[in-house]
Design a protein around this ligand. Structure first.
Ligand code: FES
Length: 345
């Protein structure tokens, strides 16, 4: 018998066998889970039970969430707790296997490059001497003040120069945008937190087809993931996988990384790039319409294909619905949107 334990606030899922404590299951599966004594003395592993029922193995006491006795559920020691049902628990500091710890860092703005259409490329340099890592596809938050944070996909991969690239679109009608434009000035220092997000490639050895679909500045996340795939296949014996990049924008002038991706396809014959413009000007000779429809027109999507979707919540859910209608399975599609803007909210 196994139980599913959801660990909040990160919303990480752990599978626990009936005879195991939550801490034992976490360690068996490679999670980083806070603990000290593993014997009920130090309280390092303490957290709360939010739903479900647990048993405390030393005295067989049952702890039920929602039975009105908060003292019982607020201070559960997970080194002693065995689930009796599926549960959700709350404990800070848990990392799933392969996850990097989240940190705050002060970074220098080392370069700003205008990309046209009120979009800039921002280069930030991370501080030396601090271990900071992320998975390509993850995002960071720029902290403007205690109440204002702005999320940006990281458009680069980890590198020894400790630099990060962001692609930032501005609207001067928006106060937050004006503040960001002022913060992103060469030489300034900005505070960021990273890494965030769970939308990255979990199996870098997969040879299944990979579809990277972006709307507008969502291309930043796609750039990072595609660069990671190229680095893997160049630096290791990782097999090449076929990678199909589809980028949809409203106008032709918004394709600010068009040349970058065209060059990427020239030097990597497993990378295929298709820009799709919704409202093209008379000079555009490429694809038009909806980006995901172009992808569906071009390919029969196999059951093992992996799809990463980057864009606004409206775009991501509309595309997901169209994908599901063609027989693509939900678990083939990942997007940050599914975590930060769940559809039932
Ligand atoms: S690890 Fe020490 S009380 Fe649980």
């Amino acid at each position: 018998m196994t139980y599913r334990v959801t660990i909040l606030p990160r919303n990480i899922t752990l599978t626990v066998e009936a005879h195991e404590t939550i801490l034992e299951a976490a360690h068996r599966q490679g999670f980083n889970f806070p603990y000290g004594c593993d014997a009920g003395s130090c309280y390092v592993c303490a957290g709360s039970l939010e739903s479900g029922t647990l048993k405390i193995k030393t005295n067989n006491e049952q702890v039920h969430a929602g039975d009105g006795d908060d003292s019982n559920t607020d201070d559960v020691l997970f080194c002693l707790a065995q689930p009796l049902t599926d549960c959700s628990i709350f404990i800070e500091g848990v990392l799933a296997p392969g996850e990097h710890p989240m940190i705050n860092a002060s970074c220098q703005v080392t370069n700003i490059t205008p990309m046209g259409n009120d979009t800039i490329e921002v280069e930030l340099r991370l501080p030396a001497g601090k271990k900071i890592d992320f998975h390509p596809g993850q995002y960071l938050q720029v902290i403007l003040d205690e109440e204002t944070e702005c999320a940006f996909s990281i458009g680069s991969i980890p590198n020894k120069e400790r630099t990060l690239q962001l692609y930032v679109g501005f609207s001067d009608k928006d106060e937050r945008s004006r503040r960001l434009r002022a913060a992103f000035t060469t030489g300034n220092v900005v505070t960021i937190s990273l890494p965030h997000g769970n939308c990255y490639l979990k199996n870098l050895e997969s040879t299944a087809p990979l579809f990277l679909v972006a709307g507008s500045t969502g291309i930043s996340q796609i750039k990072s993931i595609a660069e990671q795939c190229i680095r893997e296949q160049n630096d290791t014996t990782a097999a090449q996988r076929q990678i199909f990049i589809y980028w949809g924008t409203r106008t032709t002038s918004e394709l600010f990384l068009n040349d970058f991706f065209l060059n990427m396809t020239k030097s990597n014959n497993n990378i295929h790039y298709t820009p799709v413009v919704a409202e093209p000007d008379a000079t555009w000779k490429g694809r038009t319409g909806f980006v995901h429809k172009a992808m569906l027109d071009d390919h029969d999507i196999s059951d093992d294909a992996e799809i990463v979707l980057c864009g606004s919540p409206g775009m991501a859910y509309a595309v997901l619905d169209d994908f599901l209608a063609t027989g693509i399975k939900e678990q083939q599609v990942q997007s940050d949107v599914f975590d930060y803007a769940p559809r039932n909210n």
